[in-house]
Design a protein around this ligand. Sequence first.
Ligand code: ZN
Length: 143
Amino acid sequence: METAGVPTRIEHIGIAVKELDSAIGTYEKLLGVRCSAVEEVPDQHVRTAFFRVGESKIELLESTSPDGPIAKFITKRGEGIHHIAYAVGDIRATLHDLASGGVRLIDSEPRKGAEGLSIAFIHPLSACGVLTEITETAPQPHD
Ligand code: ZN
């Protein structure tokens, strides 16, 4: 095993959408696969839908509140790519490494994201304008 903090793959790409049900239809047609899970994450004021794409996923995000982060993003920039999430083996070690390297974190402690995973966000100012998420995952299961 290499350094715990190094990402092993892109876990998912998050896409902000206005209307989840119609976006699910759009992506089912686009990718030719069924949505694998729909879940509400009250903590982040979102409903999410996941699509498996190889070892990664697409996460569609709909705001459940008019002033939630996804609603604000869409007001400002329209629908589109919202964040990129990297899989790491040890999220606390990664956060520690990033913080000591001067990376600006949104979450200094992990929180619970969709699918029960521990996640944390890194500020876009430390990622060339891209909201960046790290997700702690077990080694990729072959299912
Ligand atoms: Zn995400």
